[in-house]
Structure formats: C-alpha cells, structure tokens
Design a binder for this molecule. Structure first.
Ligand code: HEC
Ligand code: HEC
Ligand code: HEC
Ligand code: HEC
Ligand code: HEC
Length: 169
C-alpha cells in the first residue's frame, strides 16, 4: 500500500519535473542577446562563409558546435580591427577567456536529438533553423516541440520512426 503511494508520488514528481523543464525550453521567436554582436547576415549572407566553416561537421556527430575564438581570429587578426566589437573580441582572445555564447536552441534532457540522421537524409539546416544567413541575431523559427518533430517524421516522404524510444531516454 505504502509502496503504491510512493510510486504515485514519484510519477507526479517526474511529470512536474518534465513540465518544469518544458517551461524553459526556448520557444519560437526566442532570440537572446549575445556577448558579442555576431551577425550571420554579415558572415553567411554578405560574405558567403559556409556554415561548416564555423559549425564543424554537424552531420557527423550528435552535436553541432559553436566555433572557438581561434576560428574568428583566422580573419579578425586582420579584418575590421578598428571596430569596437572586434576590439572586444580581440580582448577575449588576449585574455584567453572563452566567449559564453547563450544557447538559442536547447532540448530538455529527456529528449535525444542528433543532427546526423537528419543531415544524412539531406534535410537542409534551413528546414529547422530558418534562413539563418539572413539573421543578424539567431532566432528560433519553428516550435521545436514534440508535435513538430513527430509531424515531420510522419510525412510519407520521410517515414521516420515515431515510437517513444526514438526520441526519449
Ligand atoms: C563565421 C562563423 C559562422 C558561420 C559561417 C555560421 N555560424 Fe552559426 N553561429 C556562429 C556563432 C559564433 C554562433 C553563436 C552566437 C549566435 O548565436 O549568434 C552561431 C550560432 C548558430 C545557431 C544557434 C545555436 C544555438 O545556440 O542554438 C545556429 C542554428 C546556427 N549558428 C546555424 C548556422 C547556419 C545554418 C549557418 C550557415 C547558413 C551558420 N550558422 C554559419 C558562427 C557561425
Ligand atoms: C572567413 C572570415 C571571417 C571569420 C572566420 C569571422 N569573420 Fe567576422 N567578419 C568578417 C568580415 C569580412 C566582416 C565584415 C567586415 C566589414 O564590415 O568590413 C566581419 C564582421 C564582423 C563583425 C562586425 C564588425 C562591425 O562592427 O562592423 C563582428 C562583430 C564579427 N565579424 C565577429 C566575428 C566572430 C565573433 C567570429 C567568430 C565566431 C567571426 N567574426 C569570424 C569575416 C570573418
Ligand atoms: C531536423 C532539424 C534540424 C536540422 C536539419 C538542423 N538542426 Fe541544428 N539543431 C536542431 C535541434 C533540435 C537543436 C537543439 C539540440 C539540443 O539542444 O540538443 C539544434 C542545435 C543546433 C546548434 C546548437 C549546438 C547544438 O548542437 O546543440 C547549432 C550550432 C546547429 N543546430 C546548427 C545546425 C546546422 C549548421 C545545420 C545544417 C548543417 C543544422 N543545425 C541542421 C535541429 C536541426
Ligand atoms: C524536417 C523533418 C524532420 C524534423 C523537423 C525532425 N526530424 Fe527527426 N528525422 C527525420 C528524418 C527524415 C530522419 C531519418 C529517418 C531514417 O533515416 O530512417 C529522422 C531521424 C531521427 C532520429 C533517428 C531515428 C533512428 O533511425 O533511430 C531521431 C532520434 C530523430 N529524428 C529525432 C528528432 C527530434 C527529437 C526532432 C525534433 C526536435 C526531430 N527529429 C525533428 C526528419 C525530421
Ligand atoms: C520524433 C521525436 C519524438 C517522439 C517520437 C516522441 N517524443 Fe515526446 N517529446 C519530444 C520532444 C522534442 C519533447 C520536448 C517538447 C518540449 O519541450 O516542448 C517531448 C516531450 C515529451 C513529454 C513532456 C511533455 C511535453 O510535451 O513537453 C512527454 C511526457 C513525452 N514527450 C512523451 C512521449 C511519448 C509517451 C512518446 C511515444 C508515444 C513520445 N513522447 C514520442 C519528441 C518526441
């Protein structure tokens, strides 16, 4: 009897925790300020730098990544060194302090997402992230909730798995 109550309490606690974490999962329209005013519009748009130059092989591992200052300094050792934001960047570089970029997209811990199966199937970055090359500030342009993931998996042309363990630990 007692064990049963404990189980019920445990389940309620778990649902509460999941609901709580869901509140903090960034939603459509979220576009936080960053420590340096980095613009994809300038880099990927006007200067046509490929996504993969900075986001190393998102198709090969589970996670994409945000570049280190070394990548920036390949260019900004020479380019636009008179601008205040570049002087800020150079200061981080000289101090050896990593830039604490604010995460824009962030799945709750109970979800397993991996870039690789998507990229391998030829799904473009823009299908999920929108036209990043036109953004001065990265913005979440899709709901990034369960319904959004499952709806796309169900589309006949994708026919991707929709059983719970595909996406949950
Ligand atoms: C010159 C380097 C550079 C290039 C090229 C670049 N990015 Fe980025 N990207 C960054 C940096 C730095 C951040 C972190 C700061 C920010 O969010 O603006 C970032 C952040 C992101 C994020 C948000 C990550 C998060 O926290 O959720 C996405 C999505 C993204 N980039 C997609 C792309 C796509 C798609 C392309 C190609 C169209 C691209 N990037 C090209 C440097 C780059
Ligand atoms: C492949 C070369 C290249 C790389 C790598 C690169 N940038 Fe740039 N960046 C440029 C160019 C070109 C401009 C435009 C300069 C101009 O307006 O004359 C620019 C402009 C900028 C500006 C705007 C400067 C201003 O105020 O006008 C910022 C800020 C900036 N970059 C930050 C970064 C950061 C942070 C990284 C690393 C994540 C990075 N860049 C990586 C080439 C690069
Ligand atoms: C099927 C949808 C989808 C596609 C396609 C996709 N992404 Fe993502 N991306 C996501 C999700 C979901 C997250 C959040 C992952 C997390 O929080 O664990 C994310 C996170 C990111 C991040 C933040 C770092 C990280 O891995 O958490 C970057 C950078 C990024 N994506 C870049 C890209 C680039 C570049 C491409 C194209 C090569 C791309 N993405 C294609 C859905 C996608
Ligand atoms: C634009 C359509 C699209 C969206 C949006 C999408 N997926 Fe997918 N997903 C696919 C396709 C296509 C595959 C590849 C299926 C295959 O290879 O059989 C896939 C595969 C996967 C796999 C690997 C499945 C396996 O084979 O084990 C996981 C895990 C996954 N997706 C999770 C997610 C999650 C979590 C989200 C939401 C954050 C998401 N997906 C959003 C289309 C999508
Ligand atoms: C294609 C990927 C995918 C599949 C399949 C999937 N989920 Fe989810 N699920 C997610 C994502 C992503 C979230 C996070 C949503 C958010 O934070 O808004 C989530 C959230 C949840 C939550 C938390 C409540 C909420 O809406 O945030 C529960 C409970 C859940 N899923 C149960 C299930 C069950 C049960 C199944 C099987 C019937 C299942 N999921 C199948 C991707 C998936």
């Amino acid at each position: 009897m007692k064990a049963r109550y404990l189980t019920v309490a445990g389940v309620l606690l778990l649902l509460f925790a999941i609901g709580f974490s869901a509140c903090f999962n960034p939603r459509e329209g979220y576009a936080p300020e960053q420590p340096i005013a980095f613009s994809h519009q300038i880099h990927s748009g006007e200067n046509e730098i490929a996504c993969g130059y900075c986001h190393v092989s998102p198709g090969e591992g589970p996670h994409s990544s945000v570049p280190s200052i070394n990548t920036c300094m390949n260019c900004h050792g020479q380019v636009a060194t008179d601008r205040p934001e570049i002087q800020k960047l150079t200061q981080y570089w000289e101090d050896g302090t990593p830039i604490e970029w604010v995460k824009v997209h962030d799945m709750p811990d109970h979800v397993k997402f991996s870039h690789s199966p998507h990229i391998q199937r030829g799904i473009d970055c823009a299908e999920c992230h929108g036209q990043v090359n036109r953004m001065d500030k990265v913005e979440v342009t899709n709901p990034f909730n369960m319904g959004w993931c499952v709806d796309c998996h169900r589309e006949p042309e994708h026919n991707a798995p929709i059983d719970c363990v595909t996406c949950h630990y």
